[in-house]
Design a protein around this ligand. Structure first.
Ligand SMILES: [Zn+2]
Ligand SMILES: [Zn+2]
Length: 316
């Protein structure tokens, strides 16, 4: 497996409302920025203006749609047109469940103009792992009453710790050769007139896991889907449409409560939980936070639109 190093990872919460927008919350849209790679997860109506407000740029490589409820994808049409006006040439991939090919064809037809780039559709099936350079996207089934999926962004393993003392002991002087070893190349040094090969394995610790972000989309809790693949995420972004008071409604409309999101986060040992997709009935997310806190001991956030968070490397 190729090893990555040092990419920044940021999550832009561009739209955080449930099915209906409010004055302060736009429809669901999350932008994941990994180094220079931009990935969009769901793209509700008006997402392109949220991208402008967040100064997020307009160069997504791919758009991942969780399901085909209108609040999650109507923003694609306008975004495609804007990127075409901007002269985009790079092909765009739209990934989604079930009718993705038909819907992407419909969307590009709706634009009524020849786009400056091609749009490819990819069907997301539960269990799929889409492999890219440096990261992968894993697909799992959601439980929302219509075909729907969630996605797990997972960085490749990263290099182990560099043992500086060991390197010096072996005769390497601090400087460019350190960097070469850290990037996975062997180096040759001369000791007592003889060439000596130092391999990365001699000075680097074991590989460390990359960062992991889970986005559930709209769903009831799906712990059984996530038990194997969802452990130990740096961030779990979970449907929390309702608070505990509205548990029956959450079941009826196939959403989750914040308490249920907390249980999922705790069971999967997530490091941070972002509650997401708030119903318009709430003007505050205090009850959501309190409900999740009753079950989850890690950090809990209830992002507002345009909040940006960094996902740092872990200290392990
Ligand atoms: Zn929704
Ligand atoms: Zn939905």
């Amino acid at each position: 497996m190729e090893i990555i190093s040092g990419e920044t990872l940021q999550i832009f919460f561009l739209g955080t409302s449930g099915a209906l927008p409010t004055i302060s919350r736009n429809l669901p849209c999350i932008l994941l920025k990994w180094g220079s790679h931009d990935l969009i997860f769901d793209c509700g109506e008006g997402s392109q203006r949220q991208m402008m407000k967040a100064r997020a740029g307009f160069s997504p490589e791919a758009i991942y749609i969780s399901h085909w409820h209108a609040d999650h994808f109507l923003g694609i049409v306008g975004l495609l047109q804007t990127m075409s006006f901007g002269g985009r040439e790079q092909a765009l991939t739209i990934v989604g469940p079930d009718c993705v090919h038909e819907i992407v064809t419909d969307i590009t037809r709706l634009c009524r103009t020849k786009l400056s780039f091609t749009v490819e559709s990819v069907k997301a099936n539960s269990g799929d792992v889409l492999i890219y350079e440096g990261y992968s996207i894993r697909v799992f089934d959601a439980n929302h009453g219509i075909p729907g999926v969630g996605y797990i962004f997972e960085e490749n393993m990263r290099a182990g710790r560099f043992n500086r003392e060991k390197a010096i002991e072996l005769g390497i002087r601090p400087g460019p050769l350190f960097g070469k070893l850290q990037r996975g190349s062997e180096v040759v040094i001369t000791v007592d007139g003889k060439d000596k090969i130092i391999t990365p394995g001699m000075v680097m610790g074991p590989l460390r896991p990359g960062r992991k972000i889970i986005y559930t989309g709209d769903t009831r809790p799906v712990l059984s889907e996530l038990t194997e693949i969802g452990q130990d995420a740096d961030l779990l972004i979970h449907d929390a449409t309702f608070d505990r008071q509205e548990e029956e409604r959450a079941k009826e409309f196939m959403h989750a409560t914040a308490a249920e999101a907390g249980i999922v986060a705790q069971t999967l040992k997530a490091h941070r939980l972002a509650l997401f997709h708030f119903s318009t009935r709430y003007t505050s997310t205090d009850s959501h936070i309190a409900d999740a806190k009753a079950h989850f001991s890690g950090e809990i956030i209830a992002p507002e639109d345009l909040d940006i968070i960094d996902i740092p490397f872990r200290n392990d």
